[in-house]
Design a protein around this ligand. Structure first.
Ligand SMILES: C[S@@+](CC[C@H](N)C(=O)[O-])C[C@H]1O[C@@H](n2cnc3c(N)ncnc32)[C@H](O)[C@@H]1O
Length: 313
């Protein structure tokens, strides 16, 4: 397996884990089953609770951003894989003016096939006078775009975003959900610098590993390495290194939170409901797992839309 294949395979893992948790009732997502088959493998409740916090946490921050900008905004999901957030937001009436997803061509081409095959997915991205343009790897419509490319190639990314009609002066949210850690430090540094240089009003949400210096973190790295997947974890040492990376690359403010604290910040009645879904053998293992992932969010706010208000409170 090549290293790119190893990285791409992490998308299959993420979508299978999400589907498994959805099928168990952790959260509702009528679309995930259209992108990934019923999992053959079962997952421990700790994994499903981890994904619950990841999905709900991201949704909360995204909804705050869209609400604060009154929908006059753009969302760009980097390394989106088979994520179904666009369709779920549509169902909730949370509609950014433009939503762009990017990934390697081998991933976007598969996603396009799934979309073309499903009326439920197609219907959400079509309006009466709106034509969807497809190539084998890219899709352009009025409000949803799926573009192929390597995030290390910023000229190509910039060019394709322009083709999607992205306006750099409009408030823009960049999402990187478990993506940057698979890309070398110099390339992620360049990506963040490119974002802050080009987008004056921007929120960046990053989900990835943290506190990787301990034994638990080392085992996570070794497991992935054995599957041809290298973690570039220079910024995953601590909450502080995550925040500092954002400030060092041009954001005006940044914050970060370990996922165990994100879980405690989500609506607790629902958290109690999902914690009752399956027997949780080891609370300690859950805490350990969730202290090794975090959300980090950072902003620049030239238009003064109030992006510094966005957090988990
Ligand atoms: C762990 S998956 C996460 C997928 C999705 N964001 C989610 O959370 O469900 C990581 C994704 O990032 C993509 N990715 C990693 N490095 C990339 C790069 N250099 N260019 C484009 N996509 C990349 C992978 O192909 C994969 O789909």
């Amino acid at each position: 397996m090549s290293s790119e294949e190893g990285v791409r395979a992490t998308n299959d893992d993420a979508s299978q884990c999400k589907r498994f948790a959805v099928d168990k009732g952790y959260w509702a997502d009528p679309y995930i089953s259209m992108f990934t088959p019923k999992p053959k493998q079962t997952h421990a409740p700790e994994i499903s609770i981890g994904y619950y916090a990841r999905v709900k946490g991201l949704r909360l921050l995204v909804e705050k951003f869209v609400s604060l900008t009154k929908g006059k905004c753009q969302v760009i999901s980097l390394g989106a894989g088979f994520d179904s957030l666009y369709w779920n937001l549509k169902d909730a009436g949370t509609n950014p003016a433009s939503y762009v997803e990017t990934d390697f061509p081998a991933v976007t081409s598969k996603k396009i096939q799934f979309i073309r095959r499903s009326q439920a997915l197609l219907q959400k991205i079509t309006s009466e006078d709106d034509d969807i343009k497809f190539s084998s790897t890219d899709l352009y419509s009025k409000d949803y775009h799926l573009i192929a490319g390597n995030l290390k190639n910023l000229n190509e990314l910039d060019h394709k975003l322009t083709e999607c009609g992205i306006d750099k002066t409009v408030p823009t949210l960049f999402i990187a959900e478990c993506v940057l850690v698979y890309i070398e430090k110099t390339d992620t540094d360049n990506l963040l610098k490119w974002i802050t240089k080009n987008f004056p009003t921007v929120l960046f949400i990053n989900y990835e590993q943290v506190n990787m210096g301990d034994r638990f973190g080392q085992i996570m790295m070794e497991n992935l390495r054995s599957r041809e997947c290298m973690l570039h974890s220079e910024y995953c040492a601590s909450i502080q290194t995550q925040i500092k990376r954002c400030i060092d690359h041009g954001f005006d403010g940044a914050d970060a939170m370990e996922m165990r604290h994100v879980l405690s910040s989500l609506p607790q009645a629902d958290v109690q409901r999902i914690e009752r879904l399956e027997f949780l053998d080891e609370r300690e293992l859950l805490d350990q797992l969730m202290s090794h992932y975090c959300y980090c969010w950072a902003y620049k706010d030239a238009n003064k839309v109030g992006l510094e208000e966005i957090d988990f409170t």
